[in-house]
Design a protein around this ligand. Structure first.
Ligand SMILES: [Zn+2]
Length: 493
């Protein structure tokens, strides 16, 4: 079938726009990656899994995707209040570690978490510290274009000059007065000309560990600069998709757009996409109130908020059950419901793979129509909850087919199995139950070998009581022992 036209909700125009890549057959996608000064939190995991699904889907429908996701390992200013102290440098001093040691530790941790959730690695994962030369060059370009100025070794973006030509606030929709909120009390504390101006380059104080030579003296880049530089370097001045969490709209993406337009005249991406936030038990996650859940707590179940652990596959299923632009509320109850749905879906898929090849070739269930619906919902802004609803329609057909093999037919069953496998494992990134089953089977085989040899010893010593007790208790547990001429074997009832 022909894949339906993809439409994506674009944050700048706030509308659903038909997706046409700049270069036919190729997609350039940039997603703002983590700041590696602490463990990745569940909100980040949701954002990255949302874009992992987008990456998987675009590849699935035939695009060759270059997916760039950066690592912010320098330059992320805490805020203006602490005079531009670099988050990574601050943490390094607190723990008496080299900044790059912190960066290494949390980068490795981030990769482990993403791998455990079956997220595909991006095509390129550039770092801010690896692109300081380019960041200095972009700052010089902005100064020469009249959109930046230097004060005492620091360089700021000049929002007032920018606004004479462009619209600062076009992405977030914030008005000038709103952007001043929170900055007002800082008047006099900063060397900026205007509180709305933002740092491109900051002079490094004596105590500052991460520092680089620049035309303005030793310093470090502002946070927003790296994403403009790295997206342009690897994807071009204009590219297809720029993604990130909703919380990055302002100031980060607003500043990126200003830097892009100020340097080369384009916003950068054709499509700005934002994944929504998550809450826990209906409330914002916050360390101070204890309303938090870490990815590893979710997987181990070791959290006061949970009654059991949830597997990465169940977590992914739960996340994709909500649309990426909706707020997602984590709760034990909702996760538990997702687990039941996930397991039902996997069991149906597994039963399909074991379906006897009986009955007619063509069944009454229209797999082509089903396939068209599944493609259509995903083509409308990656609507994974509706895709999951379609997968449950297939589950119903599989259940009906078990009683009457003319529902699917042999060809229909084969086609449905291939398609379900694509959606479940390639696009949604769930993990095949077979992987889990193989491990369980290996463990069961090993332990049954032991039990059978113990029973054999009992039989050889004519200890019929023990031998019978083993057989009866296994029978009660659903395992049948079969005694044959070549020894004993087992079978599940
Ligand atoms: Zn970014």
């Amino acid at each position: 079938m022909a894949t339906p036209e993809l439409r994506i909700y674009e944050s700048l125009s706030q509308s659903l726009k038909p997706f046409q890549p700049l270069v036919e057959g190729h997609v350039g996608m940039y997603v703002c990656g983590p700041t590696v000064y602490s463990d990745v939190h569940l909100g980040n995991v949701r954002t990255f899994l949302s874009f992992d699904m987008v990456f998987r889907y675009l590849s699935f429908i035939g695009y060759k995707v270059r997916y760039v996701r950066n690592i912010t390992d320098a330059g992320h200013l805490v805020d203006d209040v602490d005079h531009g102290e670099d988050k990574i440098a601050k943490k390094a001093r607190l723990e008496s570690l080299e900044p790059m040691e912190i960066v290494q530790r949390y980068t490795v941790g981030f990769h482990e978490v993403m791998k455990s959730f079956n997220a595909l690695p991006p095509s390129i994962e550039p770092t801010a510290t690896g692109h300081v030369i380019e960041q200095i060059a972009l700052t010089e370009q902005l100064i020469s274009n009249g959109f930046a100025y230097e004060v005492d070794g620091s360089v700021y973006f000049d929002v007032t000059a920018y606004e004479k030509i462009h619209n600062y606030g076009e992405l977030s929709g914030r008005k000038a007065e709103d952007m001043l909120e929170g900055s007002r009390n800082l008047a006099g504390q900063s060397d900026k000309r205007n509180p709305r101006d933002f740092a491109l380059w900051k002079r490094a104080g004596k105590e500052h560990i991460m520092r680089w030579q620049s035309p303005w003296g030793e310093g470090f880049p502002g946070w927003h600069l790296e994403c403009s530089v790295m997206s342009t370097k690897y994807l071009g001045e204009t590219f297809d998709i720029h993604g990130g969490g909703m919380d990055l709209k302002f100031p980060h993406h607003e500043c990126e757009i200003a830097q892009n337009k100020g340097s080369h005249g384009h916003a950068g991406a054709q499509f700005w996409m934002h994944a929504n936030m998550l809450t826990l038990n209906g409330q914002r996650m916050s360390k101070s109130t204890g309303n938090t859940l870490l990815p590893e707590e979710l997987l181990s179940g070791k959290s006061a908020h949970l009654t059991q652990p949830y597997s990465p596959s169940v977590t992914r299923f739960f996340i994709h059950q909500a649309h990426y632009r909706s707020v997602l509320d984590f709760s034990d109850e909702a996760l538990n419901a997702a687990k039941k749905g996930h397991d039902r879906l996997m069991a149906a898929f597994e039963s399909l793979s074991k379906r006897p090849t009986t009955g007619p070739k063509v069944g009454s269930f229209d797999t082509d129509a089903w396939s068209n619906k599944a493609h259509a919902v995903m083509a409308k802004d990656f609507n994974s909850p509706l895709l999951i609803a379609e997968l449950f329609e297939a589950v119903k057909a599989i259940a009906a087919d078990r009683k009457d093999p003319s529902v699917l037919g042999t060809d229909g069953a084969q086609s449905l199995m291939t398609q379900m496998s694509d959606w479940l494992f390639h696009v949604l990134g769930l993990m095949p139950p077979q992987q889990v089953n193989d491990r369980m089977k290996k463990a069961l085989d090993g332990s049954m070998k032991l039990v059978i040899s113990l029973r054999q010893t009992a039989r050889e010593t004519k200890d019929w009581a023990t031998s019978d007790a083993i057989r009866d208790q296994l029978d009660a547990a659903g395992i049948i022992i079969k005694d044959g001429s070549e020894g004993s074997s087992y079978e599940l009832k």
